[in-house]
Ligand binder design. Structure first.
Ligand code: NAD
Length: 260
């Protein structure tokens, strides 16, 4: 379905971004990876996912907190693949502390990586999408783009912000073939969340399994983690012709979290 298209997925060396990159590759999209840590493992996984279509996979190590790096990545992607047809703004970090104790440097980093980076990638990707009259911008927000939790001021502010950016981008392109939508996961067991499980285990003297149950029980009625594979399939849907007129939604996949 996505043969000949190119998807840039930020923060795709791990977790949800990697899951989305693999799902899009399975549909035939070439993939531009980004993120820190090991690159060769994720690259091999994405190549394998897209092997039936002979997809191409490239990588740019832009630090998403730096506008200059992002500009460089967008130019590199256009040079390698001609155009970015699908932009998935996924890179994100977390820090947990009450407002009065929140380190200002962590606040700035979360707003830069989880929100401002999406402004830069979006503004730089849009002209080519508009010229082609086809594009998909998928913002990985969070259930925290819809509701709040204590101790997560910067994260909740950034995620509410990216839901707002999603709506504005969708509206400004509403009469074109360019759509913009947000995905709002509940708990997904990635390294970002394992850190919070570890903190619960240490705080309450619990095993890893019991700490996971405690974490889920506080917020997620299904008592199940959403998987990167499930989120990847939602991204594929947003790229499909059936989603041509899905514009500006913030679609939660959260085990009932936001329904409460
Ligand atoms: P993760 O830690 O597994 O992956 C984060 C990715 O972002 C990694 O590839 C990392 O290298 C990259 N990254 C971090 N800082 C970066 C930077 N400055 N520049 C470039 N890349 C950077 O986390 P995840 O859980 O897969 O999170 C992905 C997205 O999903 C985030 O935006 C997160 O807020 C969101 N999300 C996660 C959950 C969850 O439960 N895990 C729930 C809702 C939303």
């Amino acid at each position: 379905m996505l043969n000949g298209k190119t998807a840039l997925v930020t923060g795709s060396t791990s977790g949800i971004g990697l899951g989305i990159a693999k799902a899009l590759a399975r549909q035939g999209a070439n993939i531009m990876l980004n993120g820190f840590g090991d690159v060769e493992g994720p690259r091999a996984e994405v190549l394998a996912a897209g092997a039936a279509h002979g997809v191409r996979v490239d990588y740019h190590g832009a630090d998403m907190s730096r506008a200059g790096d992002i500009e460089d990545m967008m130019k590199f992607s256009a040079a390698q693949f001609g155009r970015v047809d699908i932009l998935v703004n996924n890179a994100g970090i977390q820090h947990v502390a009450s407002v009065q104790d929140f380190p200002a440097e962590r606040w700035d980093a979360i707003i830069a990586i989880n929100l401002t980076s999406a402004f830069h990638t979006t503004r730089l990707a849009l002209p080519a999408m508009q010229a082609a009259n086809w594009g998909r911008i998928i913002n990985v927000a969070s259930v925290h783009g819809l509701v709040a939790s204590a101790q997560k001021s910067a994260y909740v502010a950034a995620k509410h912000g990216i839901v707002g950016l999603t709506k504005v981008t969708a509206l400004e392109n509403a009469t074109t073939g360019v759509t913009c939508n947000a995905i709002c996961p509940g708990w997904v067991l990635t390294p970002l969340v394992q850190k919070q499980v570890d903190a619960k285990a240490a705080e309450h003297g619990l095993s890893n399994e019991d700490a996971k149950k405690l974490l889920l029980g506080e917020k997620e009625p299904s008592m199940q983690f959403t998987t990167p594979e499930e989120l990847g399939e939602l991204a594929v849907f947003f790229c499909s012709p059936a989603a041509n007129n899905v514009r500006g939604v913030a679609w939660n996949m959260d085990g009932g979290w936001a329904a409460q």
